[in-house]
Design a protein around this ligand. Structure first.
Ligand code: ADP
Ligand code: ZN
Ligand code: ZN
Length: 729
């Protein structure tokens, strides 16, 4: 056996918190392999792509395996990005290999070669220029005529479908040539001029421009106050300094409309990165950023992982949005990680929202973020008038009061659009037997003490569980008493749609929820079909943002009451944000808007504070309550979850965790069954760890997590750690 053999330390995408040693692939010298390079290695029966994170010497008595291949000549993850990901791994107490794999686009994680990202164009050769005047009319001649100017392939694809075949002919005759395009040469004049910023916008844009290195700004402005114009100005300033800009947007906010606005105004290619792209396209956008070719990257949550070798600015739009938090695997928060990256990159970050998260407001109050406020709507638009409608003892049709129905009729007659918001999809939330009280529950979710209702779908014919997806037909008769008196109770978006279609026959009624808009692009098609003609939109929170609706004059909010009494510490914040965001959709253009909030609890403090004082009054009151109750942002939380097909193992595992924690100087509650104690056949329990001192919480986790991995019980169930959980369920 050799005395010492040089090995590569490799982070692999496996749930084990340690690196693995490999010999370099045959014929490769370990010292020539750089940190951050991809490496293909054997792992059990599998082959995995890992990232080299160090060099070392094989431990005595252990015979390391040789790696299979070194796919790239240079590191894929390096510099600031690699450093920030290492920080993320230690902050989340998650295996580095899994964090690095999460950051890579899927195609690269699988080991596919780095994609081509250079853009190409075509132009006539000298021979082509000479030949053109004498060419016979036809497809090749028409194409050749276009090539008097250098033409981008993307432009040819968009405007001259089928160009590739005649182009091949031109090239074979030596008349046309393909040229790599220099990204700098792609910069065109913006096709749309910027409006003159008002004083508040100017002030915000100036403050961002004046930032020297890292600075965090909370751009706190009501819907329609022109936040996007401030981002655009800041991005233009960043581009003018020759730097790259990253813009994060919520899943639903990345509409073709929004992208077109960025493209038209910035005059540079805008690279989009979202779940609608295929793996190749995602890898291309990611690599274009890594190579500095992408100057503006607009993307959803996972775009926070793009390499930014020439970073100049990071923007997080709708920073309060729930879609920034990853709910499985590596449970990162894209807004929070974006702040970490901006700091490491030494660039300003702008967090924008009409309803900032309490975390960001707290940071603004304590001076960690600069607070930039836009208090007025830009242009001529007026804020909507909000009215609380007391519907106690009123007749309701699918949850709608007569006053609401009258207001919808008036809006349609005036040529406007109305939006009915109900945060419950499906036909009805419950199927009830009118004779014996039986109701339909999911057999795979819930427990006898805490049953989980199935939602009625398909116009009353189908039952569906919103937690596990289980479906079954509505029974013909009650399984308990054989009565035929089974009745859907309450109203979801489907039933509201049905009632509105009856009531307003002849008007377009468009339902927008996860059920109706599953296909990507379907949502945009639905909006396009409606246009600006009079009509009614019915939907869930998917309607709270996204596609701009300039002709929307009325918003009716139905059924906020369920949200008013939810137990989770975040539910009031989420409800307030949702209400304000939906309300903000009314009257965006020059038409004044009205918002009606139906409720059985008109005196509820949340509604009262929101309507009389606005979101900031609510936030102040809520921050006080969070502080008093010991919740974030005043207390830092971590949630340890465990689930198994039997109830005992999760509770035992969490009890062991609790014992291992000993007296770590933090608050520990549980183990307790989770608020949703059974889902898809798994029994779930949780342990909550809390401390007012982040450092103390993390010290405890750092001691605990490796010991959890070592517990034999850990392999018999599913467990996960969620640092900074958004909710405790
Ligand atoms: P937000 O992002 O805060 O919702 P936007 O930037 O989308 O607001 O602006 C709302 C509307 O007002 C848009 O139609 C935008 O073009 C317009 N707008 C924004 N700023 C100005 C301005 N300074 N002058 C005129 N119109 C403006
Ligand atoms: Zn019955
Ligand atoms: Zn279920």
């Amino acid at each position: 056996m050799q005395a010492s053999r040089s090995v590569l330390r490799v982070a692999l995408p496996v749930p084990l918190p340690r690196p693995f040693d490999y010999l370099p692939p045959p014929g490769v010298d370990a010292a020539s392999v750089a940190i951050g390079q991809r490496l293909l290695v054997p792992f059990g029966a599998r082959e995995l792509i890992g990232i080299v994170i160090g060099h070392g010497v094989a431990e005595a008595g252990i015979e390391p395996k040789p790696a299979l291949a070194l796919p790239d000549p240079a590191p894929l993850l390096q510099g600031e990005l690699l450093g920030s990901l290492q920080w993320l791994s230690s902050y989340l107490h998650a295996p580095l290999g899994e964090v690095l794999a999460t950051a890579m686009p899927a195609a690269l994680r699988r080991g596919e070669p780095l994609p081509e990202t250079t853009r190409h164009g075509w132009r006539l050769t000298e021979a082509g220029q000479t030949a053109l005047p004498a060419m016979r009319a036809g497809k090749p001649q028409a194409l050749a005529a276009l090539l008097a100017h250098l033409r981008d392939e993307a432009w040819l694809d968009a405007d001259h479908a089928g160009w590739r075949t005649p182009m091949r002919g031109l090239r074979e005759r030596g008349l046309a040539e393909r040229i790599a395009l220099d990204p700098a040469a792609l910069v065109a004049a913006p096709t749309q001029a910027a409006p003159v910023l008002n004083a508040e916008q100017r002030n915000a844009a100036d403050a961002i421009r004046a930032a020297d290195g890292f600075a965090a700004f909370l751009l706190d402005g009501v819907t329609g106050s022109g936040k996007t114009e401030v981002y655009l100005q800041a991005i233009a300033d960043c581009l003018a300094r020759g730097r790259q800009a990253l813009v994060l947007v919520p899943e639903i906010g990345l509409t073709p409309q929004a992208l077109a606005r960025f493209r038209a105004r910035l005059g540079v290619p805008v690279h989009a990165l979202h779940s609608g792209l295929n793996d190749t396209e995602r890898a291309q956008a990611w690599m274009a950023a890594a190579r500095g070719q992408a100057r503006v990257i607009v993307g959803t949550r996972s775009a926070v992982f793009v390499p930014l070798p020439e970073a100049g600015l990071v923007v997080v739009d709708e920073e309060h949005d729930g879609s920034y938090k990853q709910f499985d695997g590596i449970r990162y928060h894209a807004r929070d990680f974006a702040i970490v990256r901006a700091r490491a990159l030494g660039v300003p970050i702008v967090l924008g929202s009409a309803t900032p998260s309490l975390e960001s407001l707290h940071n603004a109050r304590s001076g960690r973020h600069a607070h930039l406020r836009l208090r007025h709507r830009a242009g001529a638009a007026q804020p909507p008038a909000v009215r609380v409608l007391d519907v106690r003892k009123r007749p309701l049709q699918a949850g709608l009061s007569n006053e609401s129905l009258d207001a919808i009729r008036a809006a349609l007659q005036a040529g406007g659009q109305a939006l009915v918001f109900k945060n419950r999809r499906g036909y009805a939330p419950v199927l009830l037997c009118h004779d014996c009280g039986w109701s339909a529950h999911c057999t795979r979710c819930g427990t006898p003490e805490k049953p989980s209702a199935m939602t009625v779908h398909g116009g009353g014919r189908r039952l569906q569980c919103h937690h596990c997806g289980h479906r079954r037909p509505v029974p013909l008769a009650c399984p308990d008493c054989a009565s035929l008196g089974l009745q859907p109770q309450g109203a979801g978006t489907e039933r509201i749609e049905e009632v509105l279609q009856e009531r307003f026959a002849g008007s377009t009624v468009l339902r927008i929820d996860r059920g109706s808009s599953q296909r990507r692009g379907a949502l945009e098609q639905q909006f396009a079909a409606l246009g600006t003609q009079p009509g009614i939109l019915v939907g869930t929170q998917m309607l709270a943002k996204g596609h701009d609706l300039p002709n929307l004059t009325l918003v009716v909010v139905v059924g906020v009451d369920e949200g008013l009494f939810s137990a989770d510490f975040r539910s009031a914040e989420k409800l307030a944000q949702l209400l304000v965001q939906v309300a903000g959709r009314a009257g965006r253009a020059d038409k004044p808007g009205t918002v009606l909030v139906q409720t059985h609890h008109p005196d509820h403090p949340l509604l009262h504070t929101l309507v009389s004082g606005g979101y900031h009054a609510f936030a102040e009151a809520e921050l006080e309550q969070r502080e008093a109750a010991g919740f974030p942002p005043f207390t830092h939380l971590a949630l340890l979850r465990a689930e198994a097909t039997h109830a005992d193992p999760p509770m035992q595992f969490l009890q062991q965790a609790r014992d291992l924690l000993g007296d770590a100087g933090i608050e520990v509650s549980g183990p307790l069954p989770a608020p949703m104690p059974r889902r898809a056949g798994y029994l779930r329990a949780q342990l909550v760890l809390a401390s007012t001192q982040r450092r103390r919480l993390h010290a405890a986790l750092e001691a605990l997590v490796p010991r959890l991995h070592a517990l034999p019980e850990a392999r018999k169930l599913r467990w996960s750690l969620d640092v900074d959980p958004v909710e405790l369920y």
